[in-house]
Design a protein around this ligand. Structure first.
Ligand code: A3P
Length: 275
């Protein structure tokens, strides 16, 4: 008994809040919440529940790294601390600030088919506005410029899906091998295969398997088995039904993104089945 209480004290003393050694930087609507929650099932990973918006928000950033660290979860020395803020991906200043914190930090980026991501982004904003009783135009009118009939590149959801524009800022600062790119579409259909790659990238054992994740027929998504009795799916805001979009508009978006996808694949030297 003496030994075990001594042991407990030692490990408690080693429990402290640490700056993240891994950051999920985006992309918004590509499965960032699902990934964070799934990773939190891992015994060697601890995750910050809230999006910190630390490196992309000047006011927060001025609070300093100690403020930031005090928002991180408790961890043991061998554990990896993970934070996720999807807004980092599109912030031109976040890469340098993160590099200044820790030049060897591991970065994770999720990508989805750019048209799917655009529609998902629209759907989220649609629901947010509906909640506030604000009206919102139909997707077709926002995504297509009425003057030219072409894709509206001033639409933020379209801009975010032009991934290479944003990715360049990260590769100006970090070597390619420090950024792991996740297939967010595959995270939906086969989460364990994507998580295994991340476990390898982080240098932790492969522990998240299909005992911990199960396909929930009603949700139409994978959910978590926290223990023998507790199961948890993501909230209702994740995995919403998308509106039916005119097929010609979808085709226009797909055609528009094609050269941008190609530029991305060349940039990151990784391919996705989007065409
Ligand atoms: P949709 O709501 O458009 O389907 P984020 O957390 O980055 O905002 O991403 C939200 C997306 O995560 C959802 O987009 C959904 O498709 C995807 N997702 C991936 N795995 C999921 C899961 N197990 N449960 C719910 N949503 C999941």
């Amino acid at each position: 008994a003496r030994m075990s209480s001594l042991h407990t004290n030692v490990s408690n003393a080693a429990m402290t809040q640490r700056l993240p050694n891994c950051i999920i930087i985006g992309v918004r609507k590509c499965g960032t919440r699902a990934l964070l929650e799934f990773l939190s099932l891992h015994p060697s990973i601890v995750t910050a529940e809230d999006e910190m918006h630390f490196f992309n928000d000047d006011e927060r950033y001025r609070m300093g790294l100690e403020w930031y660290r005090h928002h991180m979860p408790l961890s043991l020395p061998h554990q990896v601390t993970v934070e996720k803020t999807p807004g980092y991906f599109i912030s031109p200043i976040a890469p340098r600030r993160i590099h200044r914190m820790n030049s060897t930090v591991k970065l994770v980026v999720l990508l989805r088919h750019p048209t799917t991501r655009t529609v998902s982004d629209y759907t989220q904003i649609f629901y947010n506005k509906q909640g506030k009783n604000e009206s919102l135009d139909v997707f077709e009118d926002i995504a297509i410029d009425p003057d030219t009939g072409e894709v509206n590149t001033r639409y933020k959801a379209v801009q975010i899906s032009m991934y290479h524009h944003h990715f360049r800022h990260w590769l100006d600062v970090f070597p390619r091998h420090q950024i792991h790119v996740v297939d967010g579409d595959r995270l939906i259909t086969d989460p364990v295969s994507e998580i295994e790659r991340i476990e390898d990238f982080l240098g932790v054992e492969r522990r998240v398997n299909y005992d911990l994740l199960y396909y929930n027929q009603t949700r139409g998504f994978y959910c978590m088995r926290k223990n023998a009795t507790v199961q948890k799916c993501l909230g209702a805001s994740k995995g919403r039904k998308h509106p039916d979009i005119e097929p010609s508009v979808i085709r226009k978006l797909n055609r528009f993104f094609e050269p941008h996808n190609k530029q991305l694949f060349d940039l990151i030297r990784q391919w996705f089945p989007w065409s």
